[in-house]
Ligand binder design. Structure first.
Ligand code: NDP
Length: 258
């Protein structure tokens, strides 16, 4: 089989958490364009439905929208059940939902800390665990977690210790699962994006004013676009990446190089 054929995802069943908008939406589009049926999982079910419908219209693939809060184990289990009812199997799972809260460490409330860790780290664990169980039973699958360049560097000037710690946790969780599940046929990798122009940044009153500063700091002098993460997502979801597990892919326009 040639490489371009291996990059196809025809017939695969894939879900994306945080798939309603931003990076998750872009990943969902990409895997559907490559031939997969996609479940858009999000806490915002109205937006998830719109995204699912648009992707189905544009790609001709089957899509469903599923509501789940990734911090709630029961909702995650129900989300997996719904996907299995509709799709029968899960070939790839993108554990992508995440948030950022900025607060100086000495002022960060317990609630702020807990919310970020719950969604960004515990949410990834719960989702990967639930998907992993299905994939082990099936004899294989690919899990792709969204970490961040913030797992590698400390972003400035904004204070975001909980976010940075949560994302560093995602990388080590990814590696741990990759080793535990290697012989069970389940591959686990993560993507660490640099600054990407999504609602997370554009709709945040505290982050938006910093964009110019980040662009100045970046070797490419611009933010990344969600679609610039699509190729790595398709590669990791499919059969072209059979020997790739336990890896973290930093896609940041060289931001962490300097
Ligand atoms: P967005 O805010 O654009 O999209 C995130 C989506 O996840 C939203 O639809 C959001 O819903 C949903 N979501 C939030 N909380 C939950 C939850 N508990 N359960 C289910 N869904 C939830 O973010 P991005 O697309 O920018 O970010 C996606 C991932 O990429 C995150 O993990 C983020 O940390 C990471 N990332 C982003 C970077 C960037 O520069 N944008 C850089 C590096 C990493 P709602 O809007 O209703 O809260």
């Amino acid at each position: 089989m040639g490489i371009m054929e291996k990059m196809r995802l025809d017939g695969k069943k894939i879900f994306v958490t945080g798939g309603a908008r931003g990076i998750g939406k872009s990943i969902a589009y990409a895997v559907a364009e490559a031939g997969a049926d996609v479940a858009i999982v999000d806490i915002d079910i109205e937006e998830a439905k719109k995204t699912a419908q648009r992707i189905a219209e544009d790609t001709g693939r089957r899509t469903i929208a599923v509501k789940a809060d990734v911090t709630n184990p029961q909702e995650v289990d129900e989300m997996i059940e719904t996907i299995l009812e509709q799709f029968d199997r899960i070939d790839a799972a993108f554990c992508n939902a995440g948030i950022c809260i900025n607060a100086p460490a000495e002022e960060m409330t317990f609630e702020q800390w807990k919310k970020v860790i719950d969604i960004n780290l515990t949410g990834v664990f719960l989702t990967a665990q639930a998907a992993g169980k299905v994939m082990i039973r099936q004899g294989g699958g690919s899990i792709i977690n969204t970490a961040s360049m913030s797992a590698h560097i400390v972003n400035v000037p904004q204070p975001q210790c909980a976010y940075n710690a949560s994302k560093a946790g995602v990388i080590q969780l990814t590696k741990s699962l990759a080793v535990e599940w290697a012989m069970k046929g389940v591959r686990v990798n993560c993507i660490s994006p640099g600054y990407i122009g999504t609602d997370l940044i554009m709709n945040s009153p505290s982050l938006k004013p910093l964009i110019e500063k980040w662009e100045e700091m970046s070797p490419l002098h611009r933010l990344g676009k969600p679609e610039e993460l699509q190729a790595i997502a398709v590669y990791l979801a499919g059969d072209a990446s059979q020997f790739t597990t336990g890896s973290d892919f930093v896609i940041d326009g060289a931001f962490t190089c300097i």
